[in-house]
Design a binder for this molecule. Structure first.
Ligand code: PMP
Length: 863
């Protein structure tokens, strides 16, 4: 017996989801970074164009044919796919026109000989869920919803069995009532589960009656249901109504929605299991050559499955019509489908078969959570409890963009604990911290001496903040800092951050010299408050806030002659400079630059401000980077690790004569102050930090481990094309990557003729050049548990700056992860080259941009 199946063109978005994996390897190697989006979009754009072509024919037409489908029992059927020329949105907004097209298509199908017609996606919702067509068409009709319900429940039963879960103890939410699938699922699950919650759009009529019938609670708010449930079956027709972040840890979601109800294109958490429900795997006896409906790995929607099964059985009878499905018929069709070899035991998540390790990770997370709930001893700590909703609250109240950029790819983590060189998330995963708070965690996380000092200060009931009084912690810290600072520095101002320390330095320079100008370097970073920003060079940071403070000028970093020329104007109160430009991409000036700068400053009456906010506190192998270079700054600024990784504190150190000039009178002594500057707890932490750096020889360790890293990374640079060089000093290092080869960039530009890619990924043109670094950062984190960051002002540079307490073994661990990561990046460049070679798109353009395209990626050489 022949069958027909009605479909409609899918939206471009859905096409992008379905036409993803070129050969599986792309997905594996590119993970979730933007280039995988590009790769996917490349296919999606082609597919969308093809489908646009198809849907431009304004009549129903045959788009595919299944010939000789043989079941496991040996029965044979054949069928055709008919597409009506309306997409899901237009079907919902104009169901009458859609029904006309369906009638037309059904007539064509009957003429061809089809005796049963299945209704796919939206075509099964309009017209009373198949009832209208059943009355107006000579063939039998099915929505296929019975087998969809059967498949969804089988998925759930397999999952609970696999994970050893007792359904009758669980709270289950069924979303999408009073839809036919959700209604049947609710009726079948009600006697089997602990508590049942139903979620609908309104509390009127059928939804309320259903809730009464099955003894469930009816809710109108999805987040409320998600907060209570740990099993969710969802079958709405609106799509994207479930935010993954709202799911309880340990939740299983069976998503039957078309388009899918769970937002996103992949699982964002290890501690929830999101299964695509309602799919069926066809037996190996059936060919799988349909372009449109044979999903990957032999999975098809069960509504098609039901149509095929009815045709195999020769049952030309109406099935699964209307809102209220027959529960016995659901069991019956499921049993028959199984006998023909259709299989419901395969788990699929976001279009991919679920791998064992995902299941195991979920199992562990669930067990941990259960343990946490049942035994008081291992109950989650306060921060773990807060962590559950924190990403959502962060996106809502602190920074939605950072979550939008890094939340979906799981790059932006919620860490709940730090210990030594490691950070931990709420699921207990640990990450080797190779960024160390951009230099604020030199002593590692929660260094015992700092914790002890801060606790002791708290215990002692030391006063917090008292203006115009003497704070014993602040006075002692000032004295200890001065004892280790470069000669001539004798006075200290305490603030709370790096930028405040630099503000203090700039203000002091103006008042002490009577000049107004400030000279700084290209590539500099001194903070983001107005004054510090005025001497920070990155135009992206500056432009939106112009006009900044006047009389600020930049000279090239490391260029003596430019500095000489600028200073000889005698216009500048101060020259502010970093010993190594960290944010600027780990740039190290030529040897002797700072000494020379000092001489030029002295000769022209300009103050030399050395910003040691990031380089200080042992980071570069000495307590301060200027040590050993014979540099005697007039002003030095500190922050970050001065607080021992626990408290915010910044300091400006200067010469006594300058301070007296600036503030040494009754009129001036209180011109520059800060309420919280020099607070007890911050200064207690500072004292402990200074002592621990000295007592534990952390600067020397920075030297030794830095040398180990430099050696190891240099070897990696020799080996792989994607990396160029490592630079820096001590444990303030940067690894510069090669830009993505021109021919690949040209390819993406050519692929994106529709502008779809630029629309989806803003800043794509720029991002694509530096994608290697994001790829490295992401792979290091997700595959190797190593946390790194890109230098913002030079996105080709990966920052490498672990705590100074890092051990030799941990450095080796990092090197091995980096080695594997670079191997992966080189491999993926090869894959993309292969893909470009296969596709004609961009070849011409690419060859215009780079002669090297002919040698496929060999334009990249290591230095
Ligand atoms: N100067 C330098 C050299 C820095 O690296 C930073 C911070 N990255 C700052 C100043 C600003 O410090 P904060 O963020 O504490 O204001």
């Amino acid at each position: 017996m022949k069958f027909a199946f009605m479909i409609h063109p899918i939206s471009k978005e859905s096409a992008a989801l379905m036409d993803l994996d070129f050969d599986g390897a792309m997905q594996t190697f590119w993970g979730v970074d933007p280039l995988s989006v590009c790769a996917h979009l490349h296919g999606a754009v082609k597919e969308a164009r093809r489908r646009e072509g198809d849907s431009s024919i304004p009549v129903p037409h045959v788009v595919d044919e299944f010939k000789g489908l043989t079941s496991q029992l040996g029965q044979i059927t054949e069928g055709r796919l008919y597409q009506i020329p309306m997409d899901s949105m237009s079907i919902l907004s104009d169901p009458d026109s859609a029904l006309r097209y369906l009638e037309q298509a059904a007539e064509m199908a009957v003429d061809w000989g089809a005796e049963i017609i299945g209704l796919g996606s939206m075509t099964g919702i309009i017209g009373g869920r198949g009832t209208y067509l059943a009355e107006h068409c000579p063939s039998a009709i099915t929505t296929g919803n019975s087998l969809t319900v059967y498949a969804a429940l089988q998925n759930l039963y397999h999952a609970v069995e696999e994970l050893d879960i007792n359904l009758d103890r669980e709270t289950v939410a069924v979303i999408g009532v009073p839809g036919s699938v959700a209604t049947a699922v609710a009726r079948l699950l009600a006697p089997q589960c602990g508590e049942l919650l139903l979620v609908g759009r309104s509390s009127s009529g059928p939804a309320r009656k259903l809730a009464e019938e099955v003894g469930a609670t009816l809710l109108l708010d999805i987040p409320q249901a998600l907060a209570a449930a740990r099993i969710v079956v969802t079958a709405t027709s609106s799509g994207s109504c479930i935010d993954q972040r709202l799911l309880n840890p340990g939740t299983i979601v069976i998503d039957v929605g078309v388009p899918t109800d769970v937002q996103g294109t992949e699982a964002q958490r290890d501690d929830v299991l999101i299964l695509t429900g309602g799919l069926t795997r066809v037996p190996d006896t059936m060919g799988r050559d349909s372009k449109l409906l044979w999903f990957q790995h032999g999975m098809i929607p069960s509504c098609l499955g039901e149509t095929i099964v009815l045709a195999l059985e020769g049952r030309a009878e109406n099935f699964s019509l209307g809102r209220s499905l027959d529960l016995d018929a659901i069991q019956e069709i499921g049993g028959i489908a199984k006998s023909h070899g259709l299989d419901f035991s395969k788990f699929t998540s976001f279009g991919h078969p679920l791998d064992d390790s995902t299941l195991i990770r979920f199992h562990k997370a669930r067990a941990r959570h259960r343990q946490g709930r049942s035994s008081g001893a291992s109950a989650p700590s306060a921060i773990e409890r807060l962590a559950e909703r924190a990403p959502l609250l962060h996106a809502r109240h602190i920074n939605p963009v950072v979550m939008a950029l890094g939340g979906a790819s799981n790059f932006v983590k919620t860490f709940v604990r730090g210990e030594g060189s490691y950070l931990f998330d709420a699921a207990g995963n640990r990450y080797l911290d190779f960024i160390a708070g951009f230099g604020s965690m030199n002593l590692g996380h929660n260094h015992p001496a700092v914790v002890q000092a801060v606790s002791a200060a708290l215990q002692s009931q030391a006063p917090g903040f008292i203006p115009a009084s003497v704070n014993p912690f602040a006075a002692t810290l000032a004295s200890e800092l001065i004892s280790v600072a470069p000669p001539k520095l004798e006075m200290v101002f305490f603030g709370n951050s790096g930028t405040e320390a630099n503000e203090a330095a700039l203000k002091l320079s103006r008042i002490a010299t009577g000049r107004t100008g400030f000279l700084h370097c290209d590539g500099s970073f001194h903070g983001k408050s107005m004054g510090s920003l005025s001497v920070t060079s990155n135009p992206e940071y500056r432009r939106p806030f112009a006009p900044l403070i006047p009389d600020c000028e930049a000279v090239p970093y490391g260029d003596f002659h430019a500095l000489d020329r600028a200073l000889s104007t005698h216009r500048f109160a101060a020259f502010i400079v970093e010993p190594i430009q960290a944010e600027g991409g780990m740039r190290v000036p030529p040897k002797g630059y700072l000494r020379e700068a000092q001489a030029l400053c002295r000769a022209t009456g300009t103050l030399l401000i050395v910003d040691e906010v990031q380089t200080g506190m042992g980071r570069t192998g000495t307590l301060f980077a200027v040590e050993g270079e014979g540099v005697e700054p007039d002003v030095m600024t500190l922050a970050k690790s001065l607080g021992g990784g626990l408290m915010p504190i910044g300091a400006m150190l200067t010469r006594r004569d300058l301070w007296l000039n600036a503030y040494g009178s009754v009129q001036k002594f209180a011109l520059h102050t800060s309420t919280f500057g020099g607070g007890s707890l911050a200064c207690a932490a500072g004292l402990a930090a200074l002592r621990a750096i000295r007592d534990e020889g952390l600067a020397a360790n920075a030297q030794a481990r830095g040398a180990q890293l430099q050696r190891g990374i240099a070897e990696i640079c020799q080996q792989y094309n994607c990396v160029k060089e490592v630079r820096g000093r001590g444990l303030l290092l940067g690894l510069e990557f090669q830009p993505v080869p021109d021919h690949i960039c040209a390819h993406w530009r050519a692929v994106d003729q529709t502008g779809l890619m630029r629309f989806t990924v803003p800043g794509m043109d720029q991002a694509i050049k530096t994608i290697h670094v994001l790829h490295a950062m992401q792979t290091l984190l997700q595959a190797h548990g190593v946390y790194t960051q890109v230098a913002r002002s030079n996105p080709l540079v990966l920052r490498i700056q672990p705590p100074l307490t890092i051990s030799e073994g941990e450095v080796s661990q990092f090197l091995s992860a980096l080695d594997q990561t670079c191997a992966e990046i080189d491999y993926s460049t090869g894959l993309i080259d292969g893909m470009i070679a296969k596709s004609s798109i961009g070849q011409h353009d690419a060859s215009l941009h780079s002669d090297a395209s002919a040698v496929s990626g060999q334009s990249v050489t290591s230095s």
